[in-house]
Design a protein around this ligand. Structure first.
Ligand SMILES: [Mg+2]
Length: 360
C-alpha cells in the first residue's frame, strides 16, 4: 500500500446525514455557494470548448489546480463549517444541556512535531483546558498511554483515556467535581490488560527490526505500539509497513491502523475512542440522557470512531481539526490547535450569557 501525506486531500466528505444531528446546518457562506453555482453552470454544447454540468469541475481542475483545490475546500467547509465562525450555532444547540468535553491530544492540543516526545502543549492551551474543565467534565482521549499523555497535560482534574481508550482513569478524588452524577468517585477501566505480555514481546521485536531503518521509532504506549515514520525517508515508508506486517503475521490478535505518519498496533478487541466516549458518558451517569451534549475535538482517523458515535447518538458534535478537506463524520472543523484554544476560550467566556457555560 502507499501512504498519503497528512497534508493530502484524501477525499471529500459525503453530505452530512440529515436528521441525525442537532440542528439544520448553518447557512452556506457566499464564497462556497458561488463555487457550487459555478459547478452547476450549463454551457451550450455548440460553444467551442463547452462544458456541460459537473464536467466543468474536472476541466477547471486540469486548467487551474489551485482554483479547483479552493473550490473543493469551499465545498468541504460548507459541510464541515468552522466551529469558531458558527460558534453561536454550537452554543444554541447545547443550550440548557450538560456539555461534556472530549479532547484528543496530539494535533489537537499540541502541534504535530517530528519527535513525539516533544509534543508539548503551550501554557496558554493548558490554561484554556483548565478553565473548560472548571465548567464541564473534560476528558483527554489519546492514542498514547495514559501516563504519557498525563505528563504532557498535567491537569489532575481531567479524565484520561489512554491507548485509544483502552486505559481510562478519572480525576484524582480531591479535584473531581463532576462525578456526583452517579456517585462514583474514581473511574478506572483497563480493557486490554490480558494483551500486555504480547504487546511487550512485539515491542521488543519491532524495536530490533526498526534499527535497520533510519528515522523509524517504536513507541510503547502500554496497550498499543506506535511506529513513527515521520523522520523516515519517503522511499522507505513501504519498508516500514512491510516489516511491521511481517512481525504481526505471528500475532493474529493484534491489528494495524494508520495515523498521521504513524502505524499503530493494538489488540483487535472492539475498543476505540468511540467506545471510550461511551464508557466515559456512562461512568459520569449520562448514558441515555437526552440533556447531555458531548463535544469531541480530534484531528486523526482514530477520532472518527468517536465522531461516528456522536452521529449515532444524534447528540452533541464532533469537530475535526484539519486545514484540509478530509473524509470525516465530524460536523464542524477547526484549522489547528490555535483555533482549538480559541474555541475552548469562547466556551467559558462570561459573555455567553445564559448559554451552556451555566449548564450544571
Ligand atoms: Mg491526534
Amino acid at each position: 500500500m502507499t501512504f498519503s501525506t497528512d497534508e493530502a486531500v484524501t477525499a471529500v466528505a459525503a453530505p452530512a446525514q440529515a436528521g441525525l444531528h442537532f440542528t439544520p446546518f448553518p447557512p452556506t457562506k457566499g464564497a462556497a455557494r458561488d463555487c457550487k453555482k459555478l459547478a452547476a453552470v450549463h454551457v451550450d454544447r455548440a460553444t467551442p470548448g463547452s462544458i456541460v454540468g459537473g464536467s466543468l469541475f474536472e476541466t477547471m481542475k486540469a486548467s487551474s489546480p489551485r482554483r479547483a483545490a479552493d473550490a473543493e475546500h469551499g465545498d468541504w467547509m460548507e459541510k464541515h463549517p468552522s466551529a469558531l465562525t458558527w460558534f453561536e450555532a454550537v452554543l444554541g444547540a447545547a443550550k440548557g444541556k450538560q456539555i461534556v468535553m472530549f479532547l484528543d491530544y496530539d494535533g489537537t492540543l499540541s502541534p504535530i512535531v517530528e519527535d513525539p516526545d516533544r509534543a508539548v502543549m503551550s501554557e496558554e492551551m493548558r490554561d484554556a483546558v483548565r478553565r473548560v474543565a472548571e465548567h464541564f467534565p473534560t476528558a483527554i482521549v489519546s492514542g498514547r498511554c495514559r501516563d504519557k499523555v498525563f505528563n504532557f497535560v498535567k491537569l489532575r482534574e481531567l479524565y484520561y483515556a489512554g491507548s485509544h481508550g483502552m486505559d481510562i482513569e478519572g480525576p484524582a478524588k480531591q479535584s473531581n467535581k463532576h462525578v456526583q452524577a452517579n456517585g462514583e468517585e474514581v473511574v478506572h477501566y483497563q480493557a486490554g490488560r490480558e494483551f500486555l505480555p504480547v504487546i511487550e514481546e512485539v515491542y521488543r521485536t519491532l524495536t530490533a527490526r526498526m534499527e535497520a531503518i533510519a528515522g523509524a521509532r517504536v513507541e510503547h504506549n502500554k496497550y498499543c505500539l506506535s511506529v513513527h515514520f515521520r523522520c523516515v525517508q519517503e522511499e522507505e515508508w513501504n519498508a516500514v509497513e512491510e516489516e511491521v506486517r511481517s512481525v504481526l503475521k505471528e500475532y493474529p490478535h493484534l491489528k494495524l491502523t494508520h495515523g498521521r505518519k504513524v502505524l499503530e498496533i493494538r489488540p483487535s478487541i472492539k475498543w476505540d475512542k468511540g467506545k471510550a466516549l461511551e464508557f466515559l458518558l456512562e461512568s459520569l451517569g449520562y448514558a441515555g440522557r437526552s440533556d447531555v451534549f458531548p463535544i469531541y475535538i480530534g484531528d486523526d482517523r482514530t477520532d472518527e470512531d468517536a465522531f461516528k458515535v456522536l452521529r449515532g447518538m444524534g447528540q452533541g458534535i464532533g469537530i475535526l481539526v484539519s486545514k484540509f478537506p478530509k473524509e470525516t463524520a465530524a460536523s464542524y472543523s477547526l484549522r489547528d490547535p490555535v483555533e482549538v484554544k480559541e474555541f475552548l476560550g469562547k466556551m467559558v467566556e462570561p459573555t455567553n450569557g445564559d448559554g451552556p457555560v451555566k449548564a450544571a
